[in-house]
Design a protein around this ligand. Structure first.
Ligand code: TRP
Ligand code: SF4
Length: 400
């Protein structure tokens, strides 16, 4: 129940490009072999900003899933699903809204930032204010322990931790908690009970985090504990109530340094992207027409790679040897820019080749994608309903 579980979501607001691949997807592909992973399409989150253009979302949902699969996200290792197909997220969002102070939402930095950045849109809506809380519901409903996100999302994870704490504080209290927790300790058996108590004391008296982690692993291994006792024992380690929702940790994805075609960061809003599965002719044309060091007017003019966006792509795609060749060739005018660009073109095409190939089977047979998502939604719903059962009970909503 409290073992490592990774969850992340992506909003379907545009087609994915190589920046997403280097920044996010490569990371997902690696993590799916190391952890239990859940990846989902955050279509409701997309609606908070794109409520007036739902057709954009609809189209991008399936394209995005194909992009994930193309990048190597593997449904045999990770659970892929669509947020709106797991309506329990909405229920948890609603229930959490009962205990969410308005001030907490108004103080989340992305709230004002995004309103200013997207000033052409009216984002003074209830839905947009609730964006981070919906994200908290996404995370807490799976009791995710790790959430891979970019730096901009870290405040949302912090917010989620505060909501979990507040929830446990309000609803984890029960009459006679201490006695019930002590009784649960005894059920561990005398050896483990002694160990649990020692570790708990070490954490509570000396703030020893290692002891806390050991105690948690000890509890993770206990198969026979009842649900309630497990929540009590987890809660008893750190405080005075049941731990119904667990606090996730942000797993910081380093900002992608993937440069775009103009040397700025690759981004749809700069119109400088190469999409994940862009066709070969278009990739070749885009790189061939990239701007280079403006000092190289004629082929015989020497250049400075530091002033050239192509050089940045060499940093991502080329070996030391090729980089050396390009640098010398540029500064001595012994190669032309088209020549210099060729290894980059080749490397991008090599990178994309398996992606295009993997995508093809899904484009040929879209039912495959629908089935993967249907499976994923079913798995996700099962996990979500376990948490919802506890949440409803804690909030006095299980009338039987
Ligand atoms: N807000 C995230 C973003 O814009 C997307 C997202 C929604 C998400 N729910 C999530 C990410 C839950 C991680 C976990 O990138
Ligand atoms: Fe840029 Fe290469 Fe041309 Fe130099 S030779 S300006 S690095 S493309």
């Amino acid at each position: 129940m409290f073992t490592d579980r990774v969850l992340s979501g992506m909003r379907p607001t545009g087609s994915l490009h190589l920046g997403h691949y280097h920044g996010v997807l490569k990371n997902w592909v690696q993590m799916q072999h190391e952890y239990e992973c859940l990846f989902f399409v955050a279509d409701w989150h997309a609606l908070t900003t794109h409520y007036d253009t739902p057709q954009i979302i609809e189209q991008n949902v399936w394209d995005m899933v194909v992009d994930w699969l193309a990048a190597g996200v593997d449904p045999a290792h990770a659970t892929l699903f669509i947020q709106s197909r797991v309506p329990e997220h909405a229920e948890l969002h609603l229930l959490l809204s009962m205990i969410t102070p308005l001030g907490w939402l108004e103080r989340v930095p992305t709230y004002k930032d995004q309103q200013e950045k997207l000033s052409e849109k009216d984002l003074s809506t209830y839905g947009f204010l609730g964006y981070p809380l919906l994200q908290s519901a996404d995370i807490l409903i799976y009791r995710a322990t790790q959430v891979p996100v970019g730096e901009d999302q870290v405040p949302h994870i912090e917010f989620t931790r505060e909501i979990a704490r507040r929830f446990n504080h309000i609803y984890g209290r029960e009459p006679g908690f201490e006695e019930k927790a002590e009784a649960a300790v005894k059920k561990l058996g005398s050896k483990k009970a002694k160990l649990y108590t020692e570790l708990r004391t070490r954490f509570q008296e000396q703030g020893d985090n290692e002891a806390l982690e050991s105690a948690k692993s000890l509890l993770d291994e206990q198969q026979s504990l009842s649900h309630g006792d497990r929540e009590r024992l987890f809660g008893y380690l750190e405080g005075g109530g049941k731990m119904i929702l667990s606090e996730p940790r942000a797993m910081l994805t380093l900002a992608s340094k993937m440069p775009g075609l103009d040397g700025q960061k690759m981004s749809k809003s700069y119109d400088n992207t190469i999409t994940l599965r862009e066709d070969e002719a278009s990739v070749t044309r885009k790189i061939r027409t990239m701007p280079t060091d403006p000092a190289r007017i004629r082929r015989t003019d020497a250049g400075d790679p530091k002033k050239c966006p192509v050089w940045q792509l060499h940093q991502v795609y080329s070996s030391d040897g090729i980089r050396q060749w390009a640098e010398t060739g540029c500064t001595t005018a012994s190669i032309g820019c088209i020549e210099c660009k060729q290894p980059v073109i080749d490397a991008v095409l090599v990178e994309q080749h398996p992606m295009r190939e993997r995508a093809q089977q899904y484009l040929d047979d879209p039912a495959l994608v629908r089935n993967i998502i249907a499976d994923g939604c079913e798995k996700a719903r099962k996990l979500a309903s376990e948490t919802m059962r506890d949440v409803r009970e804690a909030m006095g909503l299980s009338y039987g």
